[in-house]
Ligand binder design. Structure first.
Ligand code: DAH
Length: 337
């Protein structure tokens, strides 16, 4: 077949389709015309498509182009007619049908996670007491997580069962996910001279089985104050201030003698909440060995440090019984705070 005759066939197809569609008056007529011209099995375009293979090979690309054009044109025509039919019908809603005075669907706003809210609140309270907020790395070395904090190699706290050691090491020194934020005390003291008042809030990691009060990742607040003439009395008033600002009202704080390698003397402190004493964390006067490890003169400077769990105080404040709820990412739970 010659290309001219093929193109003529397409022309005739377009004209017939245009004429026929011009006469369509309703949906049924439109469907009939669609089947006649574009029907996939026995439509007229289908018949023309079969002629394509009768063209000589060199004419086939041009033939294909003409074919596609004709198909697109008739398809567009069909859409126009459909639009005309529907557009004139009564079913189509008019602009007046939309009541713009009706209230819209409210957009639900998200908010900061309760743990982050707690962190920011503690930072704010501590800032008012002059404590600057600082960060430290979550991947730590033995020096900052243990040695400088007077936790020697044979100390049980360094047991691989109690720490997330990494498969990578720095030289012979295995790295780990920090198990406490006390690391930040060392990092800050190594780089600055007293007086110092810092607070550091961040994630720590321990291979604990998750239950209502444990999670392998949790957050700690670390506080450090190094100033001449610091005593346990200063520690007590800072912790009491923090507790009553955070929980509201006159919170009582109680101290029990304890032991931490990096403080001497060491205490654990509880806060009274709802008539009960709740364990909050550890604290004490910074051990002279720690001061010496960072190059301070223990005869000249002294200070206190404390550490407490963010999840624990958040759970207290918000009345959450199971800390795992903080991490389930269930919006129905999180939305309450
Ligand atoms: N690092 C301790 C822990 O994870 C908590 C702690 C106790 C921090 C006493 C301190 C401190 O700064 O003085 O259990």
């Amino acid at each position: 077949m010659a290309i001219e005759s093929f193109v003529a066939e397409l022309e005739a197809f377009r004209e017939a389709a245009s004429e026929s569609l011009g006469r369509v008056a309703d949906g049924a007529g439109l469907e009939q015309a669609r089947i006649e011209f574009l029907g996939a099995r026995s439509g007229r375009l289908k018949a023309i498509q079969k002629l394509l293979s009768g063209l000589v090979a060199t004419d086939r690309p041009a033939g294909g182009r003409h074919f596609n054009e004709a198909k697109a044109a008739v398809t567009a025509l069909l859409a126009d007619v459909q639009e005309r039919l529907v557009g004139g019908g009564a079913a189509r809603p008019t602009a007046d049908a939309i009541d713009v005075t009706l209230p819209g669907d409210p957009v639900r706003l998200g908010h900061v996670h309760p743990i982050t809210q707690t962190i920011r609140r503690v930072q704010e309270i501590m800032a008012r007491l002059g404590f600057e907020s600082v960060d430290g790395p979550e991947v730590e070395d033995q020096w900052h997580n243990f040695e400088a904090l007077a936790i020697p190699a044979e100390h049980p706290a360094r047991d691989p069962l109690d720490n997330f050691y990494l498969a990578v090491a720095r030289g012979a020194d295995p790295l780990l996910l920090r198990s406490q934020t006390s690391t930040v005390q060392i990092r800050v003291m190594e780089n600055r001279r007293p007086p110092l008042r810092i607070v550091s809030l961040g994630r720590v990691y321990r291979p604990d089985t998750a239950d209502a009060t444990h999670y392998p990742m949790f957050h700690q607040v670390e506080g450090l104050l190094i100033e001449p003439g610091t005593t346990m009395a200063h520690l007590k008033s800072v912790l009491r201030q923090l507790a009553s600002s955070f929980l509201g009202g006159d919170v009582h704080v109680r101290y029990r003698p304890s032991f931490f390698p990096f403080t001497e003397p060491s205490v654990e402190f509880d806060m009274q909440w709802g008539g009960r004493w709740i364990e909050m964390g550890g604290a004490g006067m910074v051990d002279p060995a720690v001061l010496a490890a960072v190059g301070y003169d223990p005869d000249e400077v002294s200070g206190f440090a404390f550490g407490l769990g963010v999840e624990r105080i958040a759970a207290r404040r918000y009345g959450v019984a199971d800390i795992r709820d903080f991490y389930r990412n269930d919006v129905r739970f999180l939305r309450q705070f």
